[in-house]
Design a protein. Structure first.
Length: 109
């Protein structure tokens, strides 16, 4: 059986204040699941699946405002799943900080 999940994911609690927005500042929604390969954000916005786009992940507690390129891959309930496209080293480190903070609290998925 082929394992589709290449990267482990962690659940992000609502009180973590990690959210997604556009580069122009429009709020997309809170991040609910985060991994090195992508994320899921709760949103009412519609996205063209498979269309590459620029996003900003904001972690208010850590002071992170990281621009990433991602593809919307699927919608599940209130969430949209995004796959990251070629994270640079700085983005990978900052996403790792967010994952590590919530991984240690037993929110692994």
């Amino acid at each position: 059986m082929d394992e589709r999940r290449k990267f482990e994911r962690v659940n992000i609690p609502a009180n973590a204040k990690i959210h997604l927005r556009t580069p122009s500042g429009k709020q997309i929604g809170p991040v609910r699941i985060l991994g090195r390969g992508g994320l899921m954000a709760d949103t009412q916005e519609s996205f063209e699946l498979g269309k590459k786009m620029e996003l900003v992940i904001v972690d208010e507690a850590e002071g992170i405002h990281r621009k990433v390129t991602a593809f919307p891959r699927y919608r599940q309930g209130p969430g949209v799943g995004f796959e990251f496209h070629h994270l640079d080293a700085d983005a990978a480190v900052e996403i790792g900080v967010m994952i590590g903070k919530h991984y240690s609290h037993g929110t692994k998925k």
